[in-house]
Design a binder for this molecule. Structure first.
Ligand SMILES: Nc1ncnc2c1ncn2[C@@H]1O[C@H](COP(=O)(O)OP(=O)(O)OP(=O)(O)O)[C@@H](O)[C@H]1O
Length: 325
């Protein structure tokens, strides 16, 4: 069913939360599909990072999973139901936070949650304990009584998360949950995703332009570009396939950095230079160290350290998408 690249060739297997086969969406008046013949499956309990450049088709894919956008062709099943034909069966287990979602800015956060519960046919007294637990986890308890326009952007972003989670979903879809959050806020969202998976068995599909977040917290990453799946694999596997290792040379002053960089340029190596570090792309220590050390000694500069650094998922992703252009 699943090839080495993680692409579904058949139908759903029991326990799959989402199955897409040949899924395509072509918007009217557009010259190419936004999502183009995409096939994948998400198993129960997985945390899946959805990764792609701007305009890759991530939001369109999410909208088809949520039954908001009708596919042009192909099949999508969520909890073994078609989200357009059997919306209740497919959507009742989904909690989704989209990039934008309006609040009534003149009402307190708590009232916005109450209204959202009513819209979703939930009694507030049923939804409240869990909503407050989520708010507490996100450090939002104190801010819930503030009018929305008096909240900071980060607090409103967290409120979006609470609103997406008025019940414990079986599938949580988060479209850039950490947009606009500071470093501490982003870490909090990461802990939140882990908590939902580990404590509550929630399957998570999330996007982020902070690729390090996806790398740390996703079991698999679905990489799409121009509507097509490039890879669906573990972050480590993607780094191994597309990444490279670098030699990081640290020096004690900017002049030494310039000497190392000049030598590396002359040796035909690609470098990234800062005042106290020179990164030699793709270089192997045993190939360059003797010659580089001699060169530095001849120019009266000292190398203070040398280490090998592996690419991150972000670097592997850039390399992968560059290859496609
Ligand atoms: N309603 C629409 N009508 C026509 N074209 C659309 C519509 N929505 C999206 N598109 C186009 O479909 C393509 C994919 O857009 P989509 O929003 O799915 O990408 P994305 O990966 O979510 O991008 P981003 O990271 O910038 O949010 C883009 O070329 C976009 O211009």
């Amino acid at each position: 069913m699943t090839t080495a690249e993680g692409v579904v060739r058949g139908g759903a297997v029991p326990g799959d939360v989402v199955t897409a086969v040949g899924l395509t969406k072509r918007y009217r008046n557009s010259d190419r599909p936004a999502v183009d013949d995409v096939s994948f499956e998400i198993a129960r309990g997985e945390t899946i990072g959805l990764l792609g450049p701007n305009g890759a088709g991530k939001t369109t894919l999410i909208k088809m999973i949520c039954g908001v956008t009708v596919p042009t062709s192909g099949h999508i099943r969520v909890f073994d139901a078609d989200p357009v034909r059997r919306p209740v069966a497919a959507k009742s287990g989904i909690g989704a936070m989209h990039q934008t979602g309006p609040f009534d800015m003149m009402l307190p956060g708590l009232d916005n949650l109450r209204i959202a519960a009513r819209f979703r046919g939930l009694r507030w007294r049923d939804a409240e304990p869990w909503a407050l637990e989520v708010a507490d986890f996100l450090g939002l308890t104190g801010a819930l009584h503030r009018l929305c326009f008096q909240m900071s952007g980060g607090q409103r972003q967290r409120l979006q998360l609470v609103r997406a989670l008025l019940t414990i979903p079986r599938l949580l879809i988060l479209d850039e949950p950490s947009a606009g959050l500071d470093v501490a806020g982003r870490r909090q969202v990461e802990r939140f995703v882990t908590w939902l998976r580990e404590e509550h068995g929630v399957t998570v599909l999330w996007t982020s332009h902070h690729i390090d977040e996806l790398e740390r917290n996703s079991q698999r990453v679905l990489v799409i570009d121009r509507g097509r799946v490039l890879r669906f694999a573990k972050p480590r596997e993607i780094v191994e396939e597309f990444g490279t290792t670098h030699l990081l040379v640290t020096v004690e002053d900017p002049e030494a950095s310039r000497v190392v960089a000049a030598w590396a340029d002359a040796a035909g190596l690609t470098t990234t230079v800062s005042d106290f570090e020179v990164r030699l792309e793709g270089a192997r220590a045993r190939d360059v160290l003797t010659e580089l050390s001699r060169h530095c000694r001849d120019h009266g500069v000292a190398i203070s350290g040398v280490s090998t650094v592996a690419d991150s998922l972000e670097q592997a992703f850039l390399r992968m998408t560059e290859n496609e252009r």
